[in-house]
Write a protein of this length. Sequence first.
Length: 239
Amino acid sequence: MTWRATVLTLFPEMFPGPLGVSLAGKALASGLWELEARDIRASATDKHRSVDDTPAGGGPGMVLRADVLAAAIDAAEISPDRPRLLMSPRGRPLTQSMVAEFAAGSGPLIVCGRFEGVDQRVIEARNLEEVSVGDYVLSGGEIAAMALIDACVRLLPGVMGKQTSGVDESFSEGLLEYPQFTRPQEFEGRGIPEILISGDHAKVAAWRRAEAEALTRTRRPDLWAARGGQKGTKSTTDG
Ligand code: SAH
């Protein structure tokens, strides 16, 4: 079965947007994955097609109605094995391992909030798992959903040019990626580290490993601590 993202949004015209370009776009065009953007407003029932209302208890902004959103979720007829996500700054911070899990399944339903968010009751009644893309507030869930989908799609079989290019990169082992270089050999007086042009694959691998570890230690002590510091592999900077 083809991996599929079903997105519930008030702005279906935002899709595929950036997901229709480059790697994800080519894969979409060739049927390696599917995207369905459904308009939440199609499930509105009153004559003004209203989807939101003022917050109970007062305060600024508007809240997406539970009844309209529940009807939109039900109309999407999502099979029970697919994750049901709500993009939300209160959610579990998205990580590469969560992405890998979503990519390995048959693809999520993703609800995009707008305004001040969604009525709490629909989150509970439809068992939505809240997922955040970071500690900042977007104006809607669409860009967050695109980030999640893009991260998943590039892991789908056949999407990345070289099967292995997902193996080495940032977070794949709880490490940030080592620095990359390409031609020209010299740029504004800066060369490429000698080891990388030595042709010695073992030395190259050891250098990259050491750089990745050093970068992770200094930039992301949280990631470094989470993986329990250095594991086994010989490194040239650890002494
Ligand atoms: N009042 C809310 C923010 C609403 S922002 C609060 O303070 O928590 C409107 C919508 O944008 C949200 O419902 C959510 O779907 C989306 N959104 C905003 N920031 C996000 C983030 N960091 N991660 C995922 N979705 C986000």
